[in-house]
Design a protein around this ligand. Structure first.
Ligand code: PEP
Ligand code: MN
Length: 336
């Protein structure tokens, strides 16, 4: 349940309510919005007198969260969450994340970090641990890749987002990155979700290949319930019968999720498209349905890329997308 405090509730009242909830055996999560402060109480509420809680000084109302995802739900936190990752404020305006599918070598990542920064990206992506369909495909450079990523990002004042494939990777990835990516194939790897939940690192949680929105939010709940509130969801397309693209980008997920959750929502048009010529149209569609940002793959020489070359935007494509994002932002500020 959530306890909504009156706008005038002071710190003494807040702490008293919080202490009361703890004494009743709840774990309490405080979220301070612009207008209200809300206390999320997680635990067994059998035998708890809701009216007695409502009567406490400073309490406006006590609301049951009927959804199975509690901390991720809009009821728990009516205001949109913003996740700050260095200069990126994900959930405020449009955030652009760009970089190669995999970190390949120093020259490649330095060039592409520069391209990303020149085109308004604030976050550099790049895999050092790669989830590959074939065990014989390039698996990533591991720690050497993380080091290169960090150096490239620092040189161009970018934040780093990169994937941790296994729970054991988390401390290593956290030592180099600013945000940990949980890939689509790991969306329901609960041990991994718990581990990043305990890491205090912002988490980019990609949608599973065939996950419903509820399953995805339950995965986010694993991270949130460990005390990590910095979760960003990333729609990247789901499996379907079509064969004109790699995965089918679920545009409806964005407005549907907006009602269900307060978490920021970004879109990865690259993995959905699977081919370069579809990436920008999908990115523009994602902006049109109101996503908070995009994560795109880029490469200066896609034919030589170790992974996902066919879907990599060229530097000039990224520049075109960046111009479109600027135009889009200008139009939405005129409208809004
Ligand atoms: C990636 O972003 O590098 C990746 C492998 O994406 P996904 O997990 O969405 O397939
Ligand atoms: Mn990729």
């Amino acid at each position: 349940m959530v306890i909504i405090m009156t706008p005038t509730a002071d710190d003494v009242q807040l702490t008293a309510v919080q202490d009361k909830l703890v004494s009743l055996g709840f774990r309490v999560h405080r979220s301070r919005g612009v207008r209200f402060t809300i206390l999320g109480a997680i635990g067994d509420k059998t035998g708890v007198d809701q009216r007695a809680l409502e009567a406490l000084p400073g309490v406006q109302s006590v609301v049951e969260i009927s959804e199975p995802y509690k901390l991720a739900s809009r009821t728990f936190c009516p205001e949109d969450t913003v996740v700050n990752v260095k200069r990126a404020h994900i959930g405020q305006g449009v955030t652009l994340m760009a970089g190669p599918c995999s970190v390949e070598d120093e020259d490649q990542i330095m060039r592409l970090a520069e391209v990303a920064a020149q085109n308004g990206a604030t976050v550099l992506r790049g895999g050092a641990f790669k989830p590959r369909t074939s065990p014989y495909s390039f698996q990533g450079l591991g720690e050497a890749g993380l080091e290169l990523l960090r150096r490239a990002a620092d040189r161009f004042e970018l934040a780093v987002v990169t994937e941790a494939l296994e729970p054991d990777h988390v401390p290593l990835v956290a030592a180099y990155a600013d945000m940990i990516q949980i890939g689509a194939r790991n969306m329901q790897n609960y041990a991994l979700l718990r581990k990043v939940g305990r890491s205090e690192m912002p988490v980019l949680l990609k949608r599973g290949l065939s996950a419903t929105l509820k399953e995805w939010l339950m995965a986010a709940e694993y991270v949130l319930s460990e005390g990590n509130s910095q979760v960003v969801l990333c729609e990247r397309g789901v499996r379907s019968f079509v064969d004109h693209c790699r995965f089918m980008l679920d545009f409806a997920a964005i407005p549907a999720l907006r009602q269900m959750t307060h978490l920021p929502l970004i879109v990865d048009p690259s993995h959905a498209a699977g081919r370069r010529e579809l990436v920008i149209p999908l990115a523009l569609g994602a902006l049109a349905v109101g996503c908070d940002g995009l994560i795109v793959e880029i490469h200066h020489d896609p034919k030589s890329a170790q992974s996902d070359g066919p879907q990599a935007l060229l530097p000039e494509d990224l520049a075109r997308l960046a111009r479109q994002i600027d135009r889009n932002c200008a139009v939405s500020s005129e409208v809004g």
